[in-house]
Design a protein around this ligand. Structure first.
Ligand code: ATP
Ligand code: MG
Ligand code: MG
Length: 550
């Protein structure tokens, strides 16, 4: 199987040229049992993108055939996420709206002698199924008459049996080399309320029976799915054919997206939410679309990322740095530059006049001069970062230390004259002097300094919180691990660091999702959940450094 979207494009092109289809109709079919993640974005990009190339249409269809795990909360979140990614669906559809139609098709199979009610339980069915090297055994109930099967299936629908007491199975071939064709279960009993159909049904179709019918009912021409479903394709075609569907969609598989240090299964993501490892599906560390949005990743970056995946071959895990790369590319020209001081240290500039505040000009974005100039105050008291001062520095430390001179970005050179400490010896404040001649933009060339520090004027500074993230999952193997707690052992306890600090006073009015590049710290986005009128909270989207090369 090629992991390349061009082969799908070629099939579509040929189908239009040969007249097999006169239009392309695709669907994005999430199960509303969780929030969408970045893997879904790839599927969305492929489904919507390819249909669009042929002036076709894409439906958003909720594949909601499993009442126990599905919820309207997820339906709403998925709609919001698809829209936010910038896609417009043609029709909004629910598989559960076709339950009656699916039931009729199942009855048709029974009438054709191609389906039977089985009393074996799930374990027995598995036992009877055989293995790759061993054919399966027929169920003792396989030869029930059509009449008996019709009556039993009807009784199943009427709620005469408990969960798991009976199933409906397709009668195909218990010796098929493809295990999926060994009389797959197509209906099960589940006395559970459904988010859409309520208590109307107590039998629900299985995915492998429902999905081809959903596609055919909607006139989908090309049903794109991930490669795990390759072995199901013969069953997909069997269902379409034997249920005598008018329309004949074609299933085509593409490579599932995997990303390093990232779990991408809704079941596992739900566990992280339920066990409170994160503060919700939209926690900025989550690979969900809502988490990425809250973190500050833009739809444009996700789009460019998906585009790059679309043409790249190979199905190995993609480096998580690749998405970061597209975030930087997208924000480079858009995000205003600013200065934020994390873990502040007060600096008093002793030779600067008391009470004086001067306004300095600073470019908003040197890579995009059209964004203009901002004004930042400077006075006798400023904050720098604790990290930018060392009393006893190693060699090649070019930041501030006693006797050393550095440049303050957009301002003056300052020199460290004195260190003020508390009783425990902690550095509480620095006393520095500045040199008026060295003002930024004045053309001063008298002497050079090696370090440039960012800073914020102290009396006008706005308190702010910064949230710095590391991968939520420590090990790449974690996504491959079996059911159970073990996956949670790989959660990175240090994935969130909360730091207090100050930002420039011109940022008083920041709104949720506003994005900035903080000098030396990277790109940040205003958090919609924790930001208050008094204190904005910034999520670091990505740092500035990147070792990633395309
Ligand atoms: P999960 O295991 O995360 O629950 P899923 O495949 O069960 O994923 P669905 O809601 O059924 O999730 O997915 C909707 C569509 O998105 C399907 O067509 C599916 O193939 C596709 N999809 C899901 N995960 C990925 C992924 N990692 N890469 C590419 N496509 C994906
Ligand atoms: Mg699924
Ligand atoms: Mg799933």
């Amino acid at each position: 199987m090629e992991n390349n979207s061009n082969f799908i494009k070629n099939i579509m092109k040929e189908d239009l040229e040969t007249g097999k289809h006169n239009t392309v109709i695709t669907r994005f079919p999430p199960e509303p049992n969780g929030y969408l993640h970045i893997g879904h974005a790839k599927s969305i990009f492929i489904n919507f993108g390819l249909a669009d190339e042929f002036n076709g249409k894409t439906n958003l269809r909720f594949d909601d055939t499993n009442p126990l795990k599905e919820d309207i909360e997820y339906v709403n979140a998925i709609k919001e996420d698809v829209e936010w990614l910038g896609y417009k669906w043609e029709n909004l559809l629910f598989a559960s709206d076709y339950f009656e139609e699916m039931y009729k098709r199942a009855v048709l199979l029974i009438n054709k002698g191609l389906a039977y009610v089985d009393d074996l339980n799930a374990d027995q069915i598995r036992e009877y199924r055989g293995t790759l090297t061993e054919p399966g055994k027929n169920s003792p109930y396989r030869e029930r008459t059509i009449e008996e099967n019709l009556a039993l299936f009807q009784a199943m629908r009427e709620g005469k049996f408990g969960n798991g007491e009976k199933v409906l199975r397709a009668k195909i071939d218990m010796a098929s080399p493809n295990i999926n064709l060994r009389d797959p279960v197509i209906y099960r009993i589940s006395h559970a309320s459904h988010h859409n159909t309520g208590d109307k049904w107590c039998i629900y179709p299985m995915y492998s029976f429902a999905h081809p019918l959903e596609d055919a009912i909607e006139g989908v021409t090309h049903s794109l799915c991930t490669t795990e479903f390759e072995d199901q394709r013969p069953l997909y075609d069997w269902v379409i054919r034997e249920c005598e569907m008018e329309s004949t969609p074609q299933q085509i598989e593409f490579g599932r997206l995997n990303i390093t240090n990232t779990v991408m299964s809704k079941r596992k993501l739900k566990l992280l939410v339920d066990e409170k490892f994160v503060d919700g599906w939209d926690d900025p560390r989550m690979p969900t679309i809502s988490g990425l949005r809250r973190r500050g990743v833009t739809p444009e970056a996700i789009h460019e990322f998906s585009k790059e995946l679309g043409i790249s071959k190979g199905s190995g895990a993609v480096d998580s740095a690749m998405l970061d790369h597209f975030v930087r590319e997208d924000l480079k020209l858009k995000a205003p530059r600013t200065m934020g001081v994390l873990n502040p240290l007060k600096v008093v500039i002793t030779n600067y006049p008391e009470g004086q505040v001067e306004m300095l000009d600073a470019e908003i974005n040197p890579e995009n001069p059209e964004m203009g100039i901002r004004q930042i105050p400077f006075s006798r008291e400023i904050y720098i970062e604790q990290e930018d001062f060392m009393e006893d520095p190693p060699k090649k430390y070019f930041r501030l230390f006693p006797g050393n001179e550095v440049r303050l970005k957009h301002a003056y050179f300052i020199k460290c004259e004195e260190v003020i400490k508390d009783d425990q010896g902690n550095v509480m404040e620095l006393r520095c002097t500045y040199d008026q001649e060295t003002k930024s933009g004045s053309g001063f060339t008298g002497r050079k300094v090696k370090g440039t520090l960012h800073w914020v004027e102290a009396t006008n500074a706005i308190p702010a919180e910064f949230r710095l993230y590391e991968p939520l999952i420590l090990d790449d193997e974690a996504d491959e691990m079996a059911e159970g707690e073990t996956f949670l052992d790989y959660v990175n306890e240090k994935s969130l660091e909360i730091v207090q600090g100050f930002i420039e006073p011109n940022m008083k009015e920041v709104q949720a999702y506003d994005k900035f590049q903080f000098f030396r710290h990277g790109y940040f986005s205003v958090d919609p959940k924790y930001t208050t009128a008094e204190k904005p909270v910034f999520n670091r989207i990505v740092s500035l450094k990147s070792s990633f090369k395309l």
